[in-house]
Every structure is written in structure tokens, then in C-alpha cells.
Write a protein that binds this ligand. Structure first.
Ligand code: ZN
Length: 114
């Protein structure tokens, strides 16, 4: 359950931001999760709800999850392409000399306070 660790990390960051802004309640958090990250959104939601119920600041907070599309870059032909469709092999030149540009990350995009 590595989602739980991520949730702890996210909730901590949100709480810190809320306190800095002297907010009394957080109403909504928008998270972006990479398409090829290992996070399972439904697990993440469950963990998030549980964690929020323990926090006065975040009790009843809504969680919105947005997906960041995974993009891979080819070093040989300098093209980018969709990782999920083509994997590690470049669809333009057939090279395996590629790396993931985005899609493996998770970040807090927005925090809405009440
Ligand atoms: Zn290529």
C-alpha cells in the first residue's frame, strides 16, 4: 500500500499550506497523477478519505484526481510520443533509445480553502 504513504505526504503538505494561509478548513484538493505512475486512484481516494477524517482541517475535503498523460522522448529522432500506446520503442524510427518525459509523477495542483 504505497498509496497510504503518498496520502500522508499529500495531507501534510496541504495542511502546511492551509496553516500558512491561516485557513480554517480545506474544501477541495486537486491532485495530478501521471498515467504510468504506480498509484491506483481508487486506493488513493480511500486512503485520503480516511486520513482526512482524522484531521479537523481536512475533514470532509473533496479530492479531485486529474491524469497527466505519459509522454516519451526519442533521443534518436527527437520526437515525442504517447508512452501508453507505444511503450519504450519509438513509433517513428523504431529506436529503443527513449526516456519518459512526464507521466510518472504526482503533484498537488490546487488547494481550495473555505
Ligand atoms: Zn525515434
Amino acid at each position: 500500500m504505497h498509496e497510504l504513504g503518498i496520502v500522508f505526504h499529500i495531507v501534510k503538505a496541504v495542511e502546511e499550506t492551509a496553516l500558512e494561509n491561516k485557513a480554517k478548513k480545506v474544501g477541495r484538493v486537486v491532485l495530478q497523477i501521471g498515467e504510468v505512475s504506480t498509484i491506483i486512484p481508487s486506493y488513493l481516494e480511500d486512503c485520503f478519505k480516511w486520513k482526512c477524517s482524522k484531521s479537523e482541517l481536512m475533514d470532509g475535503c473533496d479530492l479531485v484526481i486529474e491524469t497527466i498523460p505519459a509522454v516519451t522522448f526519442c533521443e534518436d529522432c527527437k520526437e515525442t510520443y504517447k508512452t501508453v500506446e507505444h511503450g519504450k520503442i519509438c513509433p517513428y524510427c523504431g529506436s529503443g533509445n527513449t526516456y519518459l518525459v512526464q507521466g510518472n509523477e504526482h503533484l498537488i495542483k490546487e488547494i481550495e480553502v473555505v
